[in-house]
Design a protein around this ligand. Structure first.
Ligand code: GTP
Ligand code: MG
Length: 340
């Protein structure tokens, strides 16, 4: 348990550049410690400066390698870097070859780089919210570019990249027929497509396919940014400078076109909504536990004395004092069919 003064001290240390304070606060977020909220609230005024880059794509496409090389390149440009990997199998958590991990370690000893992996398990408020908080912490920690790596598979990954300014999709050649299905979802969210492992066969074909699919569906960018498709050999740092330049170009485009404010609108809206949802859920669930009515209703459900919709309505009515189940008529019952 830490108190207000301690939260304040933690934030002061973080703002003064203490890496251990950053690690501690992210852990508090991961463990859903209520005291973390005080710290996050105090941090808030120091956030809003970082360029947030989502890096996603299929498993093993080379996302971590791309992230690492981008970080090295960004450092040569004098930028500080924060990296968050939301993936249990990522090299950051030790799932990959030793060689990758050693290289990661060399980046992580650079005081201008902060790397953190986040487990996808066990977040009461959802992994997207925990990640957003971690991003904000690194933002307040004055990292210029924050990269968030996720495996592009489920909804939570999409939620995470929704809050990025620039989303890079890392692809690789040779995904076969599955590629159409995979791409359908990612075309909507990608600002830049990096086809990695260009040292292998089939990179041209993958690039052509991506370009064709982008051209088939130009509504998203007809008046603005057309997502570029570039080839990369991350392992050899080839194409990394071009990728980095595209990321910077995209940010400049966002600012000069005014799209930045609509991206920010979505980011702040999602963020606010996440916190609202989490607090509301906690509030309601605490009441459910307090009232002890939950078990009673489960019993009735088992007896088929009540249906789950009606049970939810009853439960919420007893907590909030009003019906919020909109499908029910004014008596709170389904209308009976007229008998003929
Ligand atoms: N041939 C080739 N292999 C590469 C290249 N870049 C990365 N790899 C290898 O691909 C494998 C996966 O790379 P990662 O960077 O861990 O890929 P990832 O997308 O982060 O993987 P997950 O996080 O597990 O989904 C590793 O063995 C890398 O060494 C490349 O440009 N060419
Ligand atoms: Mg990875």
């Amino acid at each position: 348990m830490i108190f207000f003064g301690e939260s304040m001290e933690l934030v002061d240390r973080l703002l003064a550049g203490d890496r251990r304070a950053v690690a501690r606060l992210i852990s508090m977020i991961e463990n859903s410690e209520p005291e973390a909220i005080t710290a996050m609230s105090l941090l808030y005024e120091h956030t809003g400066n970082a360029h947030i880059v989502g890096i996603t794509g299929p498993p093993g496409a080379g996302k971590s390698t791309v992230v690492e090389k981008l970080a090295i390149h960004a450092r040569t440009k004098g930028k500080t870097v924060g990296i968050i990997a939301v993936d249990p199998s990522s090299p950051f958590t030790g799932g990959a070859l030793l060689g990758d991990r050693v290289r990661m370690q060399s980046v992580s000893t650079d005081p201008g780089v902060f790397i953190r992996s986040m487990s996808t398990r066990g977040h009461l408020g959802g992994v997207a919210k925990a990640t957003n908080d971690a991003v904000r912490i690194l933002d307040a920690f004055k990292k210029d570019i924050i990269m968030v790596e996720t495996v592009g598979a489920g909804q939570s990954e999409v939620d995470i990249v929704k809050t990025a300014h620039t989303t890079v999709i890392v692809e690789m050649p040779g995904l076969g027929d599955d590629i159409q299905a995979i791409k359908a979802g990612i075309l909507e969210i990608g600002d830049i497509f990096a086809v990695n492992k260009a040292d292998r066969d089939g990179v041209e074909r993958t690039m052509t396919e991506l370009n064709t699919m982008l051209d088939l569906n130009p509504t998203r960018y007809e008046n603005g940014w057309r997502p570029p498709v570039i080839s990369v050999i991350a392992r050899e740092s080839k194409g990394i400078e071009e990728l980095y330049n595209k990321i910077i170009e995209h940010m400049e485009y966002l600012r000069s076109s005014g799209e930045y404010s609509s991206v920010q609108h979505v980011r702040y809206q999602e963020d606010f909504m996440d916190i609202l949802k989490q607090n509301l859920t906690t509030y309601i669930l605490n009441k459910v536990i307090d009232k002890g009515k939950f078990d009673e209703l489960v019993e009735q459900l088992m007896q088929h004395n009540i249906d789950p919709y009606r049970a939810t309505d009853d439960m919420l009515k007893s907590i909030l004092g009003e019906a919020i189940c909109l499908d029910m008529n004014e008596k709170g019952k389904k209308p009976k069919k007229d008998k003929k």
